[in-house]
Each structure stands twice: as C-alpha cells, then as structure tokens.
Design a protein around this ligand. Structure first.
Ligand SMILES: Cc1ncc(COP(=O)(O)O)c(C=O)c1O
Length: 397
C-alpha cells in the first residue's frame, strides 16, 4: 500500500466554490460577465504601450531584464513619492515600495502583521481578494460598518493587528467613505496605534464629484516632517492603466516598507523590472494621465446605463444606491429570504454572471446582496444582462 501523503494545509478547506464558479464563468459562450472588476480592453492604448515596452528593453536593458531591487526600481519609487506628495505630506523613496499588483501588498501585509488567529478590523463587506490573501493565517474578523450611526472606530480598532478599508468606491459596495468618516478612522489609528490599511485601486475613478483627500494625505497633514504615520496606502496600475502589468505600490512609514521588503524577499524576490520600467514611462510620459478622461467618460456612461436598466427591470426586487465612482453597483434584495448563492446558479443558467455577497463575508453567511460590474460591457449588453438577471430571479429554484 502506498504511504499516505501529508495533508494539505488546513486553510485550503476553508475556501468556497462560489469563487471558482464565477471565475470560470468567463469560458461559457454568450455568457454576460457582470461579476469581475474588469476594465474594458478598449481603454488600452496598445500602440503606445507597445512602444514603451520596446523602449524599456532596448533603452533600459539592465533595469528591464536583470533582477530588480526587492523594493523596486529607485526611479519608479521616486516618481511615486513625488506623485503622492502634497504640501502637507512629505514623501521620499524610503516611503515607497513596488509590489506585484495590489494583491501582493495585501499578502505581504498579512505576513508581516498577522499572528495565527489574529484580529482584523475590516470594512464590511470585505474585498474578496483580501479575505483570500489573509486566510492562511486563520484570522478573526471584526466587521466595521462605517455607515452605521453608532459606528465607533476606536472600539473597532481595539486589539486588532490592523484595520482595513477601501475608502474610494469600495469593492464590493461601490460606497464612498465621507470626509468625516475618514478623519474618524485616522483619529482612531492615531489613538490606538493600530495600522490602518487604505486599499485604493479606484481612487482616480470619480465620475461625479471632486476627489476626497486620501487617508494618507490626512495622516501626513496631521504631523509635519517625513511621513511615518499609521496609514499604509496601497495603489495599483491595474485600473488606471492595465492589470496585466501586475504593478502595485505601497506608501507607508519607512519601518513598514522595510518589513514588507523583508517579506517580499521570501515571496517573489522582485517585481518584473520590465513592467516597472513600462509603468515608470507610462507615468513620466503623461500617458497614464492622458488615458484618464476617456476612461471616466466611458465608465460613467456605463454606470448610468446599468442603473437605468436596473431601474426598469429590478426595482421590484432589489434596492441599490447609484455609486459616484468605481466599478460596481451593490444591490440588496427586498426579500430578506433571498439566497444570492442560489440566485447565482440560476443566473448562470440564464446566461449572466453576478457576484453573490457571501464571498465578501468571512463567515460566508451574508446571502442577500449581489455585486454587479458595469465597466466591462457596453450599454446594450448591460441591459440584456439585467433582463436575464430579472428572468433568473423570477424563475423557480
Ligand atoms: C479593493 C481591491 N484591492 C486590491 C485589488 C487588487 O488589484 P491588483 O492586484 O490587480 O493590483 C483589487 C482588484 O480588483 C481590489 O478591488
């Protein structure tokens, strides 16, 4: 008899199959995918990006093709320090590291801060990728409902190893955290000493109003001198330019950057130099900034198209707020008995894929809401997707 193999780690038994279902749904013909946080490929200036890629290899072969420093190309770190600095926020290269996407930053934060079974104070519902990144540490979660009238950030942070928020157009809810709430979160971090993770992939995707100050900016203003505050800011190239480059960055106190760099050494050693060089040139040449107005116009019109279609076909079944930015509408069933895991199975049979709320809940018990993406599909596909969703919801189980 063959000897039995060692068991896989315990956390592997704690993932859910809903994630697998909606990630593989992209393969089904004519399925309308409204599940992912996916950009529209039409926003990519492929000729410009190809020119940057060619120049990165030809003109900067050492940076592009050798191993990079663990914390990233110095020139890209300098550029990001300058890009995020404000009159009240002093940043240097020592405040910045480059990661392989925002996802790696979440993973590294878990590695440097979480003890086994440690406590995370997390904005609820919580980004699925963050739950995935931290699951191997078997954390406990204290959900933070920032919009609740009685929400007390200092009580929420007490005893936590860190606090986590997506203040700009949260994934999954699309909700914007207001200025007073931002100030209250920062005050709690300062009072308790708890690190405050500001995960900000959607920070440039404001469709209606002016941008609110980042927690990072508020933290810099609160204390003059080189930045060493409690906010750990995570940025990414994924929504501003393209996710395929897998370029993200952390802006934080130098001691946090040093800890994350030590963790990155044992993870991937360095982020692709080629892609860092392309990112550097995309910012330095102004390409990223030139892309933004077109992205905003396209996504704003798609948000409006989705909300109009939902008002036509789903108003009897769900409640939602029109988001002021980001990529998602979060809709909650009027019927408290609705099970959106079951609804997902029906929607797939009707040719549309949405994300059920259970995957954004560490306990998996929140079954009443769905997240709908509006950035990937043109208006007529969004309208058809909503029609299919309404038909699926009306169909017998
Ligand atoms: C809230 C949030 N954080 C992090 C990420 C990870 O982004 P990436 O790894 O592509 O930079 C995403 C992607 O959708 C996200 O929505």
């Amino acid at each position: 008899m063959a000897p039995s193999r060692p068991a896989f780690a315990r956390w592997l038994g704690q993932t859910n199959d809903v994630t697998q279902i909606f990630l593989s749904a992209g393969q089904v013909p004519d399925l309308i995918n409204m599940a992912g946080g996916l950009p529209d490929p039409s926003i990519w200036p492929v000729d410009d990006l190809a020119a940057l890629a060619a120049s990165a290899v030809r003109d900067h072969p050492t940076e592009a093709l050798a191993y990079s420093p663990i914390d990233g190309l110095p020139a890209l770190r300098d550029l990001l320090a300058a890009r995020y600095a404000t009159p009240g926020l002093t940043l240097t290269r020592d405040n910045v590291m480059i990661t392989s996407g925002g996802m790696q930053a979440l993973d590294l934060i878990g590695r440097v801060l979480l003890e086994e079974g440690g406590l995370i104070a997390a904005q609820a519902p919580t980004y699925l990728g963050a739950l995935d990144a931290w699951r191997p540490h078997h954390p406990r979660f204290r959900p933070m409902r920032l919009e609740a009238n009685d929400f007390d950030p200092a009580a929420a942070f007490a005893g936590a190893q860190f606090a986590y928020t997506v203040p700009n157009f949260s994934n999954p809810t699309g909700r914007l955290v207001g200025l007073a709430q931002r100030q209250a979160l920062l005050a709690a971090a300062q009072a308790t000493g708890v690190w405050l993770i500001e995960d900000d992939p959607y920070g440039t995707l404001y469709y209606d109003g002016a941008q609110l100050p980042r927690l990072l900016t508020l933290a810099g203003q609160a204390k003059p001198g080189p930045y060493d505050g409690p906010v750990v800011y995570l940025g990414t190239l994924s929504k501003e330019v393209a996710p395929g480059f897998r370029i993200g960055w952390v802006i934080a106190a130098p001691e946090m950057i040093a800890a994350l760099t030590a963790a990155k050494q044992g993870s991937d050693m360095c982020t692709s130099g080629l892609n860092q060089r392309i990112a550097l040139d995309a910012f330095a040449s102004g390409l990223a900034d030139r892309m933004l107005p077109g992205i905003l116009d396209l996504y704003r019109s798609r948000r409006d198209a989705l909300c109009a279609a939902m008002a036509r076909d789903l108003a009897g079944l769900f409640d939602w707020d029109k988001p002021e930015g980001g990529m998602f509408v979060w809709a909650t069933a009027k019927d408290p008995g609705m099970d959106t895991d079951a609804l997902l199975k029906k929607t797939l049979a009707h040719g549309v894929c949405i994300t059920p709320s259970s995957v954004f809940d560490p306990e998996g018990t929140h079954r009443r809401s769905i997240r709908i993406n509006f950035t990937l599909n043109p208006p007529e596909r969004l309208a058809e997707g909503v029609r299919r969703l309404a038909r699926a919801a009306a169909a017998p189980a």
